[in-house]
Design a binder for this molecule. Structure first.
Ligand code: FAD
Ligand code: NAP
Length: 336
């Protein structure tokens, strides 16, 4: 295992922010992790997968552990399900493709989400009406303090909307090593998201399949979202706010066309992108960074922007949504 010093992280985060890490190493197996943690026990640590959900605002003064632990293993199966373990460093979209090739259903709606399998449970990734928690079986994670490997069931993970125990109570305590998914042998198609149905129709799909759904999702995403290989971004910068029915009624009396969706416990989910658009931010550009023209939820780095500038923009957006709608948006992207 090689430890590099003052390593540029530009190619390791999809925002393309050029900061440095004091120390940097690639973790391909658990022994690498043990060795790095032992040799640099006094340093701060940061785990990175695909770097598609982070914004670096300054150099990282510690040891960056880049997770590249690979592997795919069919553990067991029954009449209805297969249980497949994926190394945390496997690319998520390649994993989706692997499942589709094997006709294992359940994650086709999560096609083309960047990043690694290990980070997917961190925020219970979700798109087009599906979250990873619906197919999650268990994961194994390395407890950094004790060096023990612990198993987490779905209950242990405390999944919620873009949330898990690893972002909250156990934050910075575990390195996720692998994730086991329980995939369906017989597909349960989920095309209730308006855009999917329309896309399938425009593609002329008559026989619904998980491959067709994946292709529809990919087509919609490619049309709407900036490709991080061309324009730096980390997807949705903010979470969709969930508010009480009474707070919603007040906003609705002033904005009768506000998009809204039912959320657990009688609450209402709003589309953060719509709020940001209404506040006039969509497409705004400030020299090298801005708000994407097709999706106001996505902040972008056009050319060599500083993470701190993008962070300040996010602060301005938060303040303006607070002022206009009396809603506190929360950042989804992890700030370092
Ligand atoms: P990273 O950015 O590397 O890390 C994210 C966080 O997890 C960091 O805090 C990191 O320290 C921690 N972490 C990473 N790996 C591990 C590990 N093995 N163990 C412990 N901690 C770890 N997200 C969605 O939910 N739905 C979407 O539809 C979606 N679309 C996106 C579209 C685009 C264009 C982009 C750029 C991003 C999108 N995202 C979406 C956000 C992002 O891709 C996901 O959250 C993804 O799961 C992040 O994976 P990553 O490996 O890049 O994580
Ligand atoms: P969209 O389809 O334009 O919809 C806007 C918002 O309304 C979405 O955020 C979605 O919430 C909500 N929504 C739409 N239809 C819904 C329905 N039938 N039921 C419940 N909620 C509904 O959104 P988009 O920006 O193009 O994204 C499409 C999907 O990809 C969304 O699920 C989105 O979360 C996901 N995505 C996520 C990221 C990320 O970085 N996290 C980036 C890009 C896309 P939800 O977000 O709760 O689904």
């Amino acid at each position: 295992m090689i430890i590099e010093e003052n390593k540029s992280l530009r190619e390791y985060n999809t925002f393309g922010i050029d900061v440095q890490s004091k120390y940097f190493c690639i973790i391909e197996k658990i022994e690498d992790l043990r060795e790095a943690l032992e040799d640099f026990s006094n340093e701060k640590r940061l785990i990175l997968g695909g770097g598609s959900n982070v914004l670096f605002t300054k150099n990282f003064d510690g040891l960056l552990l880049l997770n590249r632990i690979k592997g795919k293993k069919l553990l067991t199966e029954d009449d209805e399900h297969v249980y497949v373990q994926f190394g945390a460093g496997e690319n998520w979209h390649n994993t989706v493709r692997h499942c589709i090739d094997n006709e294992w259903a359940g994650i086709e709606n999560l096609s083309l989400i960047p990043g690694s399998c290990g980070a997917a449970p961190m925020q219970n990734i979700g798109a087009y009406g599906v979250e990873i928690k619906e197919v999650f079986h268990q994961l194994e994670a390395f407890h950094i303090e004790s060096g023990e490997i612990h198993q987490f069931t779905i209950e242990d993970c405390a999944f919620a909307y873009r949330e898990s125990v690893f972002k909250r109570k156990l934050s910075d305590q575990y390195f996720i090593l692998n994730v086991t998914l329980r995939l369906n042998k017989k597909p349960l198609f989920n095309i209730s998201y308006g855009a999917i149905q329309a896309q399938l129709e425009s593609m002329g799909v008559n026989d619904l399949s998980i491959r067709a759904i994946s292709e529809a999702v990919i087509a919609i995403r490619q049309r709407k979202l900036p490709d991080p290989n061309k324009i730096g971004n980390a997807g949705s910068f903010f979470k969709n706010p969930v508010i009480s029915k009474s707070a919603f009624d007040q906003i609705k009396s002033r904005h009768s066309d506000i998009p809204h969706y039912p959320a657990p416990e009688g609450n209402i989910k709003l589309a953060a992108g719509w709020l940001i658009d209404q506040a006039g931010w969509k497409g705004k550009t400030f020299e090298s960074f801005g708000v994407h023209k097709n999706q106001a939820l996505v902040l972008v780095n056009y050319n060599n922007a500083k993470g701190s500038d993008i962070y300040s923009l996010s602060e301005e957006i938060l303040n303006s949504i607070q002022e206009k709608f009396n809603i506190s948006l929360e950042r989804e992207v992890n700030i370092y």
